[in-house]
Write a protein that binds this ligand. Sequence first.
Ligand code: GUN
Length: 295
Amino acid sequence: METLRLKGIPVRDAVFSELKNRMKTAPRRPGLAVLLVGDDAASAVYVSHKEKGCDEVGFHHVTHRLPATTSQDDVLALIDELNNDEAIDGILVQLPLPKGMDQDKVLLSVSPEKDVDGFHPVNLGRLVAGNPGFVPCTPKGILRMLSHYGISMSGKSVAVVGRSVIVGRPLSLLLSLKSEEGNATVTMCHSGTRDLAAVTKAADVVVAAIGVPRMIGPEGVGEGAVVVDVGINRIDAPERKSGTRLVGDVDFEALVGHASAMTPVPGGVGPMTIAMLLENTWEAMCRAENFDGGV
Ligand code: GUN
């Protein structure tokens, strides 16, 4: 079987060019503030991609890089300042926060109207209720990508592996909503799922968001299924000059010829997350300005 590669970069580029187009009529530049606390190497790379994305579409952006020793009160004070800054439409607190910081309390302090990550309980609640709000970027990006490639979720059985607040839980909700991109029958699997491989193998679509390198192979994927890999894991690769390489939660090579379509890592879901962050920031500006920006 031919396995279609679901590449994220062309879809991201289409979103960027749509945003650049919309910018021509914008009342002002949307503004994104990013908080990066501590020295997590992967987070530093993700933040630099977000900055580059803002530059590419012409958004205003500021990044606050704070040492891991910053007190929680100082982080909360900065967020309060950004909540009241009219040039800032979106606030993103890069996760994970350093140990000892209360992540829930920090995320709760972001104004729901500037919560472009969609992690505030108000926005998560809106998602549960099926009301408009900010939708977390990775789940939103996955649905956009599937729709771009003409893969409908309606009536399909989808196994989502992983129940994180960032991906698994919001994605399960979105897929199950009665909507054009959703309307699927969803099974949310996790570390407590009995006979995981049998559950995922029975599904039309498997989404892996676990954070375990190459955990899902042909034994857990039905012939002809669609596979979405959300994992970004750095593993040792002595054959490479850098000594490491990125792999997903899915054993990509073993599934070529077995799955009907599959997202690669890197270059699959990752670029979509940034595209959706910028789209959410655009949406926040439109709401703040009461501007019909076509979202
Ligand atoms: N860390 C890993 N993924 C994400 C994300 O989508 N948003 C934020 N803020 N932090 C992350």
